[in-house]
Design a protein around this ligand. Structure first.
Ligand SMILES: C[S@@+](CC[C@H](N)C(=O)[O-])C[C@H]1O[C@@H](n2cnc3c(N)ncnc32)[C@H](O)[C@@H]1O
Length: 362
């Protein structure tokens, strides 16, 4: 029998972790089963999915569609197949609405096997209400060895905050096959990465840098997922790193919500500010080589002035707590990037805004 796409030993282990039998049958499943639908097959075999499960499938590659459709028709009574990018999936569309119990998903396997990006975070954040209060959501992402400016900056903005400590606790309660040592709540991993990046010529063992980066990257992904679902309490069941020969290293993250609702948090604020600051589009990753070239190029001017970014209309706005908190966040992110004190950055930003207000006669 010919080997099917995505039929790989380690991938098989991670799929089995996700699809293993649980004591409830799934009402509505959201997934990216790919051309051979191996996760759906396994789900049907373990009994996790049944013919009655409403299956929502997303696929952005046209050549995979007809095979997936045939499989769905044969195995499920009700399904919706979307030919689009996951980030563009609109669950308010027909035929989803009204077809499944409460319009909510109770199991999702978002097996991207690609890079995590903030657009995925935005989508999850926007669609939180589409998941049941105790849904299980699993993901697979490529792990990166290189410094990822965008994701690491997002993490940095949460670093030191309550969310960061909460994440450490959540991860320590998960089953994971992450290396010991670096994955240590007493170590500020981001700082280590920044230190390494700063003096990378001196680093003899790139291996240790890379392994540190991978750990950091996985943490950033977990942080994003946790924060994106700010209205739910996420439990990390398993974080499983794997690599099949000849393929990229991956991580499968299995989570579930614990049935309780949580306070909405600042996900949008943090990610939006970060997007504006890093000025990096969608899925762009900054590699070392690129960083070097960029350094030599003249820095492009910020897209928006701080007044615009912070929505400051007059001097009174500078006294509002919300606005000041927003400016502090920006200052924090920029200070970390530039290696200066937060207070200095904040003063510079406030000074710049005041100057602009004066020049506008406000
Ligand atoms: C890793 S494969 C799925 C493997 C399958 N889940 C399994 O267990 O064997 C991912 C599939 O999702 C599609 N895909 C990946 N990222 C996507 C995205 N952002 N939007 C839509 N489809 C995507 C890919 O074309 C591919 O067919």
């Amino acid at each position: 029998m010919s080997r099917k796409k995505w039929q790989r030993p380690e991938k098989g282990v991670s799929r089995t972790f996700v699809m293993k039998k649980e004591n409830y049958v799934v009402n509505a499943f959201l997934g990216l089963p790919g051309i051979n639908c191996l996760d759906l097959i396994e789900g049907l075999e373990t009994g996790r999915l049944t013919k009655d499960t409403f299956v929502i499938v997303v696929e952005h590659s046209k050549i995979n569609l007809s095979r997936i459709k045939t499989f769905l028709k044969k195995n499920f009574k009700k399904f919706a197949l979307y030919y689009c990018s996951f980030q563009d999936l609109n669950l308010d569309n027909e035929p989803f609405e009204g077809q499944i119990y409460n319009g909510q998903i109770d199991f999702a396997f978002l097996d991207f096997c690609g890079k995590m990006n903030t657009e995925i975070g935005y989508w999850l954040n926007k669609n939180q209400h589409r998941f049941t209060k105790d849904a299980q959501v699993a993901y697979t992402f490529q792990t990166q060895r290189h410094y990822n400016k965008k994701l690491d900056n997002v993490m940095l903005q949460w670093s030191g905050a309550e969310e960061r400590n909460a994440l450490e606790v959540l991860l320590s309660n998960s089953r994971n096959n992450l290396a010991d040592g670096v994955w240590n709540k007493d170590v500020n991993v981001i700082k280590i990465v920044n230190d390494f990046v700063g003096s990378r010529k001196k680093v003899k063992s790139m291996g240790s840098l890379f392994s540190t980066n991978v750990q950091t990257h996985i943490k950033c992904i977990c942080m994003m997922l946790n924060e994106a679902f700010g209205s739910k309490n996420t439990v990390f069941d398993r974080v499983y790193r794997y690599k099949d020969e000849g393929h990229s290293a991956m991580v499968t993250i299995i989570t579930h919500f614990n049935g309780q609702s949580a306070d909405e948090n600042d996900f949008l604020d943090v990610v939006k500010i970060n997007d504006e600051l890093t000025n990096v589009k969608g899925k762009r990753i900054m590699f070392f080589k690129e960083r070097k070239t960029r350094k030599n190029k003249k820095k492009t001017a910020a897209k928006h002035s701080y007044m615009e970014i912070c929505n400051i209309k007059c001097r009174k706005d500078l006294k509002k707590r919300g606005k000041i908190a927003y400016i502090t966040r920006i200052a924090k992110a920029e200070a970390a990037e530039q290696g200066v004190k937060v207070s200095l950055r904040k003063r510079a930003i406030l000074g710049g805004i005041a100057k602009q207000l004066t020049s506008m006669g406000k």
